[in-house]
Design a protein around this ligand. Sequence first.
Ligand SMILES: Nc1ncnc2c1ncn2[C@@H]1O[C@H](COP(=O)(O)OP(=O)(O)OP(=O)(O)O)[C@@H](O)[C@H]1O
Ligand SMILES: Nc1ncnc2c1ncn2[C@@H]1O[C@H](COP(=O)(O)OP(=O)(O)OP(=O)(O)O)[C@@H](O)[C@H]1O
Ligand SMILES: [Mg+2]
Ligand SMILES: [Mg+2]
Lengths: 262, 262
Amino acid sequence: QTRIITIANQKGGVGKTTSAVNLAASMALAGLNVLVIDLDPQGNASTAFGIDHYEDASGSFDVLLDGEAIADMMSAAEGFDSLWVLPATLDLAGADIELISTVAEAERPFLLKAALADFLADHEMDYVFIDCPPSLGMLTINALAAVKEVLIPIQCEFYALEGVQQLLRTIEFAKERLNPDLEVSTILLTMYNSTTNLSASVVEEVRGYFGKKVLETVIPRSIYVAEAPSFGQSVMTYDPGSTGAVAYLAAAREITERKQKG
Amino acid sequence: QTRIITIANQKGGVGKTTSAVNLAASMALAGLNVLVIDLDPQGNASTAFGIDHYEDASGSFDVLLDGEAIADMMSAAEGFDSLWVLPATLDLAGADIELISTVAEAERPFLLKAALADFLADHEMDYVFIDCPPSLGMLTINALAAVKEVLIPIQCEFYALEGVQQLLRTIEFAKERLNPDLEVSTILLTMYNSTTNLSASVVEEVRGYFGKKVLETVIPRSIYVAEAPSFGQSVMTYDPGSTGAVAYLAAAREITERKQKG
Ligand SMILES: Nc1ncnc2c1ncn2[C@@H]1O[C@H](COP(=O)(O)OP(=O)(O)OP(=O)(O)O)[C@@H](O)[C@H]1O
Ligand SMILES: Nc1ncnc2c1ncn2[C@@H]1O[C@H](COP(=O)(O)OP(=O)(O)OP(=O)(O)O)[C@@H](O)[C@H]1O
Ligand SMILES: [Mg+2]
Ligand SMILES: [Mg+2]
């Protein structure tokens, strides 16, 4: 049974891409089959795995707007035996507008869901992670309509708390109108800075609000995490002993174990 | 002559809001008349100045979608003599879709420009800063159509470089189709971390590409900058001696001085 997880938060720079990349890398290094779908036109997740995503490259734009099959548009990530990436290209930025003029309103939110159903009918994947842009437009809506689980990364900083209500409302809307199975399954606290009370108070507030959904593992701020993508690597392979890598490995293990408990 | 500056970058978490807030605060503390326009539905800039922006509060949504006057929707920022904020409310998140169904396509990009022209006809402002969400939708397009100058904050991290090309193309599009006076006047490097080569290499690359447009002043990563909004303050008043506050003051001075040189 494939577990498909959308990583969403319209607040910018909270660690969506970094979490998608490093959780996927951790699972793949543990021998699981993993697909990363990059829905952010900036293509940061594609870059992190060293995958070309210039304007006309194959990717998620072709799947959503031209009905191409995921299997034909995805690339294998170098250095991994069982990790594939459906890259994002710049033309994805125009998806919201293009979808309005080319696809009937009722079908628009379900393009990714349909493509994923086709793909998983004959490809064995253990995990699929979907990286979203920092907005609540049609790309994020497609990601919410396609999954049972949402993982929300929350940066341990003040502004990051503000947007959570808005995100929860959007998820609620998607659950009511598009996808009754949708749940916020996981909250991952990121960029924890131990030198300030600010981080600790954010952690306390988030645990108070979300309870057990919040992973025990908190990802610390670590320079090696930020350096890794400039070498086309995940921190898991760039510096496996760093606090960031150790934390992402522990978070990945927690996520896989939670599944077993159901 | 009022100087109106849009602060834009679709990459999330690069310091758009932090720069809008602290540059505006610096200018206001120096006695200038300053207006901050918050176009981000998350309303982080509104929060930073301690301004209520619950769902039905007055703000930029009313100006763009109901034709209200800026002067009637703005609030004075507490603790300042000459700083006003046009707050963002959550309903702004629906602006893209609502504008498509209520305003003719040709007029949509110019709603803010028209409202600002009315406002400045009888309100003396030295600076107007417009904070944008991390996307290139109709809110950011309105901000680009309304100004002569764009300030692009670039975080001194790897992913931040990826999105710049896309942003420059959008600005070029806005200049050709909507606003021939539009220029990228200022590049501000943010969250510089002196403990890693990554920051230094980003600075080098950005100075190499943008030359003189890049401010001499680079904003360092400073925990006091991140803490200030949790007290409803700018770092300028929260901890004026911190490296972050000193840098934003220097950046504000550089911006005002550049104007004089024309
Ligand atoms: N634990 C960490 N320690 C240090 N730096 C981090 C950490 N996690 C992420 N970063 C850095 O912070 C920045 C923001 O992270 P990232 O790009 O993953 O966030 P995002 O939510 O995907 O952003 P966007 O909203 O633009 O998609 C990046 O430069 C990244 O390298
Ligand atoms: N110089 C700095 N030092 C330390 N932290 C900073 C600095 N500048 C910004 N921050 C923090 O980094 C986070 C991102 O900054 P900010 O919210 O201003 O970015 P943004 O570009 O406006 O984000 P968004 O894309 O969501 O609108 C915030 O938590 C902020 O407090
Ligand atoms: Mg991202
Ligand atoms: Mg912001």
